[in-house]
Write a protein that binds this ligand. Structure first.
Ligand code: ATP
Ligand code: MG
Length: 392
């Protein structure tokens, strides 16, 4: 048998690719406890058969709106069990932007043999209502990316849905969750949102680096062999993805890094596997940014690159020592500690390096850890050496 095929099925890192796919819904959300509690408060009365609830979720791309709605409604359905029979229907209005398409989705999820056409929306709504009542089911409808529907339909369907029980004896037919990206909201949607009430509006903030690292960690644990993805790798993923605050970017960075490590036949992921493709999603360091630095800033950056090529972080203390070594190499007199600090701040301002403060790994007190999530230290090192050689 040809030995080059040996690697098939012999992933050294990846056990299960499913948790790395976009539509995978984890059992637990990372760091969204408050928002889940908020939803639970909005739906507090939902066990009462005459009650309908409504909530609106907004936030940036990849802030977890869709997954939050999935996890909450799934948990709610399980929690209520037989206390109230919840029928979940999740419609993505980007794919079904018209009123009739949305209605069709609801109808077919209740009864797959329902005839396609020939009814007005009022009639279809009443038939939906009848069906739900005859089966004592409560419809929990999630309209995701609702801005598409609102643009096509001017909010007409939404008002009909909200008023479905008006003038009827029995109530509590439909609960609604609408979802939209915040950047695309216009006046119309603003007006619709305000109908939902301020206290029913949940705004998701973009994720910061530690949350993105934690999300990546959850996926790594679910999909990879233990200890193949280090904390340093996850931290770099988090830092790099925090430029967008988009959880999808974090998962994608992790996924690609794993693929790259496996392609290389390694049995663990390296920080460089993340860095290599991280440059694809953001800025790369422009040559003129480096060329415009003064001599000592270049030498400091070179010192940091040399360490960060092998490790994901370096303390400022070590960084300063390494800088002194570089000064010696180029026959320059090291600048004072204060000037060293000023240069670090400037490099941070240019986003060439990233600093986090944490307690020391040895000894007491706190120190700064420097990393380079936005650049590839190896190639930057070469460029710096070239310009330093030219100038000396
Ligand atoms: N808190 C979290 N815990 C675990 N996974 C998360 C979390 N937030 C987001 N994710 C994952 O990140 C990805 C993006 O999240 P999601 O699709 O919910 O974002 P979104 O806000 O709906 O984005 P869009 O505006 O593009 O629709 C999904 O794979 C989702 O499972
Ligand atoms: Mg979404």
């Amino acid at each position: 048998m040809a030995s080059y095929l040996d690697r098939i099925g012999a992933g050294k890192i990846l056990l299960d690719p499913a948790p790395l796919s976009y539509d995978y819904i984890p059992d637990k959300l990372v760091g969204r406890e408050e928002q889940l509690e908020h939803l639970a408060a909005i739906f507090q009365q939902i066990n009462d058969h005459s009650v309908s609830c409504r909530a609106a979720i907004t936030g940036n791309v990849g802030s977890g709106k869709t997954v939050l709605s999935h996890v909450f409604t799934r948990d709610l359905q399980r929690y209520l069990g037989s206390k109230r029979n919840i029928k979940l229907v999740h419609v993505n209005c980007r794919n079904h932007p018209s009123k009739s398409q949305v209605l069709q989705r609801i109808v077919t999820s209740l009864d797959s043999r329902h005839p396609e056409r020939g009814f007005g929306s009022g009639e279809i709504l009443q038939s939906i209502r009848k069906q739900l009542h005859s089966r004592t089911e409560h419809l929990l409808l999630i309209l995701d990316e609702v801005d598409h529907l609102l643009r096509a339909d001017k909010g007409d369907l939404l008002y009909q849905l909200l008023r479905i029980d008006e003038g009827r004896e029995s109530r509590g037919t439909i609960s609604l969750i609408i979802i939209s990206q915040e950047q695309v909201l216009d006046q119309l949607e603003g007006a619709v949102l305000s109908r939902f009430g301020k206290s029913n509006h949940i705004r998701l903030e973009p994720y910061k680096a530690p949350a993105l690292a934690a999300i990546a960690q959850q996926r790594a644990q679910l999909s990879c062999v233990d200890e193949t993805v280090s904390e340093a790798v996850l931290r770099t993923v988090g830092e790099r993805a925090s430029e967008t605050g988009d959880a999808r970017v974090a998962i994608e960075l992790l996924d690609n890094a794993i693929k790259q490590a496996e392609m290389a036949g390694r049995s663990d992921v390296l920080v460089d596997d993340v860095r290599w493709q991280a440059k694809e999603i953001g800025r790369t360091v422009e040559p003129n940014i480096v060329n415009d630095l003064n001599l000592h800033a270049k030498m400091i950056l070179l010192a940091l690159c040399r360490r960060l090529r092998k490790e994901d972080e370096v303390t400022t203390g070590d960084g300063e020592k390494l800088y002194h070594v570089v000064c010696e190499e180029y026959g320059a007199e090291p600048r004072s500690h204060t000037t060293f600090w000023k240069h670090l701040k400037r490099l941070e301002g240019l986003e060439l390096i990233h600093a986090r403060t944490d307690s020391r790994s040895e000894g007491r007190g706190r120190t700064q850890y420097l990393s380079m999530p936005a650049a590839l230290p190896g190639s930057l090192e070469k460029r710096l050496e070239n310009t330093l050689e030219h100038s000396s």
